[in-house]
Design a protein around this ligand. Sequence first.
Ligand code: NZQ
Ligand code: ZN
Length: 386
Amino acid sequence: MLNFEFKNPTKILFGKGQIANMAKEIPQDAKVMFLYGGGSIKSNGVYEQVKNALSAFDVVEFAGIPANPEYAVLMEALNIIKTRNITFMLAVGGGSVIDGVKFLSAAALYEGDEPWDILKNSIRTEHGLPFGTVLTLPATGSEMNSGAVITRKETQEKLSMGGPGLFPVFSVLDPQVVKSIPKRQLANGITDAFTHVLEQYMTYPIGALLQDRFAESILQTLVEVAPRVIKNPGDYEAAANFMWSCTMALNGLIQKGLPGDWAIHAMGHELTAMYGIDHARTLAIILPGHYNYNFEAKKEKLAQYGQRVWGIQAGTTEDMARQAIQKTVDFFHSLEIDTKLSDYTPDYEGTAEKISQRFTERGWLGLGEHKKLSPHDVEKVVKMSY
Ligand code: NZQ
Ligand code: ZN
């Protein structure tokens, strides 16, 4: 196991009715900005609950943060934060709203001229404007981590940022919000969280026995609750397990002491930037090719995953590893998630070359747990997804 430090300062308020309890987590004299997305919270009752909880505060609202939070929209919010002297933000939404607020948290205190440089130049945020979240869509884990991904349509870019200053102060996780989530977004959430675990787990054996079991237990829980959540998102028990699995999949715990891969996400973000494909679906497109291309390096963990998560009983390491990849693809298909780029766009020719060229230009010359996946390899992996 590698050396590690572990600190996660986000306080979680989990369970029914917890939105009503968040006021005590916000400084009494705060000037609050309440940010949300396209309006789902207005039709499912979350908006009223938040308004009630914030009734004692001076509040400015900002609506309209789109899926794959857009830089130009966020810059409008930044302007209001500065002119209205906002001291605390509340993100109410899924990963997009929360990530947008993380960008604002960094940008509000950033001293340079162009906040995009935080993303372009990978500037870590040590201190941000404080914020809390009310999670409405289990998927990304953004509610308990310090990362964010921001999109810029103008340049077709989607880049990550982060730093210890970007953990939410608190996050409210009320599984009752799952009830109004459309099937497509439920499937996305399950697929995203599942792949988060795999990005941290599917590397090579490193003797981190507990982390392996943490990861496998989250995968098993997601497999178990997925059909229940899809069939009836109002099933509170299933929703609660789904929600907590997504949070635990990417709050730092299971990654401690491990080498991470994260190449699937790096390639996937390019597909969202180029074609607007939902984040989770880009992962399902890239994953099978990535595991088949890097088969030799990953086969031990693939076989272990096949045995422990999918119950594959017999065969050589290679057999079990190949079956494990197929089981994963079958799982995505069971959620009605297509796994080929050509299922999403007819204009896929040239995608692999373009992504490889972008990675070369950015100096991303070695991805994955061995930092050896070159732009040339990336091109081959993306081609396998056509
Ligand atoms: O905008 P509204 O009207 O609220 O509708 C949203 C949105 O259209 C809807 N929705 C959310 N909660 C709902 C609901 N509809 C009905 N009932 C509810 N309770 O769902 C749609 C998608 O929301 P979005 O926030 O975009 O989805 P998700 O949570 O999947 O977030 C995706 C973004 O997070 C990034 C992705 O790249 C993408 O930009 N990620 C962030 C990560 C992080 N910060 O750690 C890690 C991930 O790997 C990921 O990259
Ligand atoms: Zn993801």
